[in-house]
Design a protein around this ligand. Structure first.
Ligand SMILES: Cc1ncc(COP(=O)(O)O)c(C=O)c1O
Length: 462
């Protein structure tokens, strides 16, 4: 609850416009103010400690208070506090980071463009697709297909790609030429008795039908997260991406992999593309690229796309795209150091080693009367809560029970994110097995509190 007077909470209410917050409720509820962090833990202004079970916003892969990253930032800031890459200028941190990213890219990539957020990266990818098709003489091939429940960000084009209604409604989005294919969530959208493979094939067939209905000569690209994150931690059904990629090749549709959450170890391989054998033409990354110590994002493009951009920029006289802070040297230096730490500590192998503790621990909750589905891979997971386990009927209104769980988790010293009634887990990749058991214990306490409340309020068929 906000304090009266000149407290940080009351000044927050007075001055701060909060992203993704019910602004009306915020006026009475006020903020949780986080003041410091170390390892997987953060502390609020009352001194209470929490496990950061969502790695901030799916991003603080190396946890908090990493001295090497802090030192790197300070050193680079003293050496070169700003430089840009416009008009042939360059700087070593940007060059080194681009070289390193291309070396570890999960598919052959030719060049790296830097941005400052996942949204900017995806907006950039949309512009690159359009520029590319203009360059190679296909001005009518411009539509981009994303998926229902996808999350690609909030800038105008990225928000249009995002397949969540609250990101569109009353922002007058999506813009033209953005389409949404089905969300491939077997538990929610599979037919009675339909196997995961059959469902995946049906989703791919529907994508093909959409491309044919629109006219393949008008469809330029398909964008997908390897694992859908903010839409509910939705894993691709078996066989789905194989079939989807064959369809994209058949109709000459580019594939953009949004690795903003999956990139850099999250799924147990360096990239989600490796986990699911994806061969994209463009890759967007952000978040764990710098372990979120500083904002930086990267768009990688294939050689054919780069070559088309070269000829188009020659024709026009310049390549008319770029942000003031594209590849900011301090951010680039920190990202490069982050990649070095991933390599030296073999963070991907660590993730694979500890992931079963999280996945099996949550999996044991599958029999819980409110749990509809437990799903996940590597160190990303979700528990979907339902009103009626037998029929999979969701709670009404959606998000009320999920919000209660998240608040009870906080009471027990665990920060998670409720995506409606789906509780998402995405702890820092440095988490150890004992810490995972601690996280699970806190979640189980919150779930037990919630079950008591749901029964008392008669909110579920339990
Ligand atoms: C898969 C994915 N793409 C893009 C974004 C947008 O990134 P940002 O919030 O940095 O703009 C997000 C953010 O959560 C994301 O999860």
């Amino acid at each position: 609850m906000p304090q009266l007077g000149n407290s940080a909470a009351s000044r927050d209410i007075a001055y701060l416009l909060h992203p993704y917050t019910n602004l009306k409720n915020h006026q009475s509820e006020g903020p949780v103010i986080i003041t410091e962090g170390k390892g997987i833990y953060v502390r609020d202004d009352s001194g209470k400690e929490y496990i950061e079970g969502l790695a901030g916003l799916w991003c603080t892969a190396l946890g908090y208070g990493n001295e090497r990253l802090a030192e790197t930032a300070a050193r680079e800031m003293r050496k070169l506090s700003f430089a840009h890459a416009f008009n042939h200028k360059s700087h070593e941190p940007g060059i080194d980071l681009a070289e390193r990213l291309l070396a570890i890219a999960p598919a052959p990539m030719s060049k790296v463009f830097f941005a400052n957020s996942g949204s900017e990266a995806n907006d950039t990818a949309v512009k690159f697709v359009w520029y590319y098709n203009n360059a190679i003489g296909r001005p009518e091939k411009k539509k981009i297909i994303a998926r229902e429940k996808a999350y690609h960000g909030v800038t105008v084009a990225a928000a249009s790609l995002t397949g969540l209604p609250h990101v569109h409604v009353d922002f007058d989005l999506p813009i033209a030429n953005i389409l949404h294919a089905d969300c491939p969530h077997h538990y929610r959208f599979g037919n009675e008795g339909e196997s995961e493979e059959a469902f995946g094939a049906r989703m791919a067939d529907n994508l093909e039908a959409l491309i044919l209905a629109e006219g393949p000569e008008t469809v330029a690209a398909f964008i997908a997260e390897p694992v859908m994150g903010a839409g509910g931690v939705i894993l691709p059904p078996a066989g789905y991406f194989e079939k989807v990629q064959a369809i994209l090749r058949k109709y000459d549709v580019l594939f953009i992999a949004d690795e903003v959450i999956c990139g850099f170890g999250r799924t147990g391989r360096m990239f989600g593309c490796e986990t699911y054998d994806l061969k994209p033409d463009m890759i967007t990354t952000a978040k764990a690229l710098s372990s979120a110590y500083l904002p930086i994002a990267a768009v990688m493009v294939s050689e054919p796309i780069y070559q088309a951009m070269v000829s188009e920029s020659e024709k026009i006289g310049t390549f008319g795209h770029g942000f003031t802070s594209s590849g900011h040297p301090v951010c680039a230096a920190v990202a490069l150091e982050t990649l070095k730490i991933y390599e030296e500590t073999d963070i991907v192998a660590h993730t694979r080693r500890v992931a079963p503790a999280l996945q099996n621990g949550l999996g044991r909750l599958a029999d819980h009367p409110m749990v509809g589905e437990v799903r996940g891979i590597g160190l990303i997971a979700a528990v979907e809560l339902v009103h009626d386990k037998a029929t999979k009927a969701p709670f009404d209104p959606p998000g009320q029970v999920g919000g209660y769980v998240a608040r009870r988790c906080e009471a027990h010293g665990l920060i998670v994110r409720n995506l409606g009634d789906t509780i998402a887990f995405c702890p820092p990749l440095i988490i150890t097995e004992p810490q995972i058991h601690d996280l699970l214990g806190r979640f189980e306490l919150a779930l037990a509190d919630t079950l008591d409340w749901v029964r008392a309020e008669q909110l579920a068929a339990v």
